[in-house]
Design a protein around this ligand. Structure first.
Ligand SMILES: Nc1ncnc2c1ncn2[C@@H]1O[C@H](COP(=O)(O)OP(=O)(O)O)[C@@H](O)[C@H]1O
Ligand SMILES: [Mg+2]
Length: 246
């Protein structure tokens, strides 16, 4: 099976600091990849390069067999790779439902969303996504009223309106209380399963990694130090010392 996402020799340095160290990586459809690593290891940089926010100094990114290196985030979203937490804060002034409508319009239109207000989102799709993330009861409230856990769900829901085949989530449970975390992930993963979306998520909580990942990649100093099943990677001596701080 060919890779959904593939990188070859991805390289980037900020000043003298190498944050992507010639990364070769492949992700296949249906995988749930947890990315772990200490702060500053280069996890977000890797995501930023794959989603078009940063250009690598060398190497390439392919999505579904097509070279997308250096393409704009909008172009990459349209191809089917979405990312959570990327959408503007000003959506918080809108109702939960309006947030999903705006995200849906952004998907449909080739124009920037603020010029595309004559395009309407599919109301049934909005209903369906609201139900998937359990936000139906709060759809008419301003997004700013939502507690952190439900804001994360709204972010994911907005990404789902973009009809992605791959969703990359950078720390989807950060800022969510430990009691709430599992509930948030349960809903997110259920929604992705239902929509048949492949997922990458950056996560620090080992319990969550074990429970929801089919595969784990450990980042150390701008490179992937271990990549494999959760059991194998979480038992790796280097990962235990350098990433988990044991
Ligand atoms: N735009 C930037 N300019 C300079 N340095 C940056 C920039 N973005 C990130 N860095 C640095 O690159 C390193 C990797 O950052 P990042 O990818 O955000 O790590 P992680 O997500 O694993 O915590 C860090 O040392 C960070 O300070
Ligand atoms: Mg980060």
């Amino acid at each position: 099976m060919s890779a959904l996402l593939k990188t070859e020799g991805l390289t980037l340095a900020f000043g003298g600091l190498v944050v992507a160290n010639g990364i070769d990586f492949e992700l296949h459809q249906g995988e749930r990849l947890a990315v772990i690593g200490q702060n500053g290891a280069g996890k977000t940089t890797f995501i930023n390069i794959c989603t078009g926010l940063l250009k690598p100094s060398a190497g390439r990114v392919e999505f579904d067999g097509v070279d997308i290196t250096g393409k704009s985030p909008r172009h990459i979203v349209r191809r089917g790779m979405a990312r959570s937490f990327q959408l503007p804060q000003l959506f918080l002034d809108h109702s939960v439902r309006q947030c999903l409508e705006l995200a849906g319009m952004a998907r449909q239109s080739r124009m920037p969303w603020w010029r595309s207000l004559s395009v309407t989102a599919d109301a049934r799709e909005v209903d369906r996504v609201l139900e998937l993330v359990n936000l139906g009861a709060r759809q008419h409230e301003p997004a700013t009223n939502l507690p952190e856990g439900q804001r994360k769900l709204l972010d994911v829901a907005m990404s789902l309106m973009l009809e992605p085949r791959l969703l990359i989530m950078d720390e989807p449970t950060s800022g969510v209380s430990s009691e709430e975390k599992h509930g948030v992930m349960e809903i997110v993963m259920g929604a992705l399963e239902e929509k048949k979306v492949t997922a990458i998520f950056v996560e620090h909580d080992v319990d969550i990694v074990r429970r929801y990942a089919t595969r784990v990649a450990a980042w150390i100093a701008g490179g992937i130090a271990a990549d494999g099943t959760p059991d194998a990677v979480l038992a790796d001596a280097n990962v235990r010392r350098e990433v988990l701080g044991e």
